[in-house]
Design a protein around this ligand. Structure first.
Ligand code: GDP
Length: 204
């Protein structure tokens, strides 16, 4: 997929105020500093569509970007972790779970994980939450430039082995680096193919 246009549309903290039209949307989420803003800029060929910043506590908002005038890329805030809560769902901010549970237009989430790290409980729990909520998701490994090719292979295999302990099937996954522009075609190709499938289903 070629990016012909990428526009910021709206930021808000309530799912009810998200765009009303029926375009398919794809939501990007992960722990803060995982490289989400850099990835969104790399995917869309824009330098600062999503605001990169090293500082924690960035505004907690749902950001909609309209891509090629036919799908939305949604930038969600990094998920938080409330240690006191017991249920997995309660560990994530309410407006994030509201978004996932109420947003009809959501086609797939992408959970971003830093390729250098072992699977982190919060990421695995978030995937668990998505699975329990019947929300399709893919995993995007970020910062692949930080590892040598063999280490990339090993880290991805180890991650998949952990996922296969709880999942029957692996989710689609993508290896990316924003600084080296790796993975753009894979992620956009997946979104493009999924959008084509949705169109075909509509015409049946
Ligand atoms: P966010 O908090 O998830 O939006 O993360 P940012 O995109 O702001 O990135 C967090 C930090 O990781 C910044 O210092 C980025 O420069 C760095 N970073 C992001 N993506 C990459 C990448 O692909 N490779 C490397 N080496 N650093 C990255």
């Amino acid at each position: 997929m070629k990016i012909k246009s990428a526009e910021f549309i709206v930021s808000n903290s309530e799912v009810a105020k998200c765009p009303k039209n029926q375009l398919p949307e794809y939501a990007f989420i992960g722990r803060s500093n995982v490289g989400k803003s850099s990835l969104i800029n790399m995917l869309t060929d824009r330098k600062s569509l999503a605001k990169t910043s090293g500082r924690p506590g960035k505004t907690q908002l749902i950001n909609h970007f309209l891509i090629n005038k036919n799908w939305y890329l949604v930038d969600l805030p990094g998920y938080g972790y409330a240690r006191v809560s017991k249920s997995s769902k309660k560990k994530f901010q309410k407006f994030i779970t509201n978004y996932f549970e109420q947003r009809q237009q959501l086609v797939s989430a992408f959970v971003l994980v830093d390729i250098r790290h072992k699977p982190q409980p919060i990421d695995l729990e978030f995937m668990q939450y998505l699975g329990e909520s019947s929300i399709p998701f893919g995993v995007i490994f970020t910062k692949a430039d930080k590892l040598k090719p063999q280490a990339i292979e090993r880290h991805v295999k180890d991650y998949c082995d952990v996922l296969l302990k709880t999942w029957e099937e692996l989710p689609p996954y993508f290896i990316t680096s924003s600084s080296k522009s790796i993975g753009q075609e894979d992620v956009l190709g997946f979104i493009g193919n999924t959008n084509d499938e949705i169109e075909q289903l509509k015409s049946l």
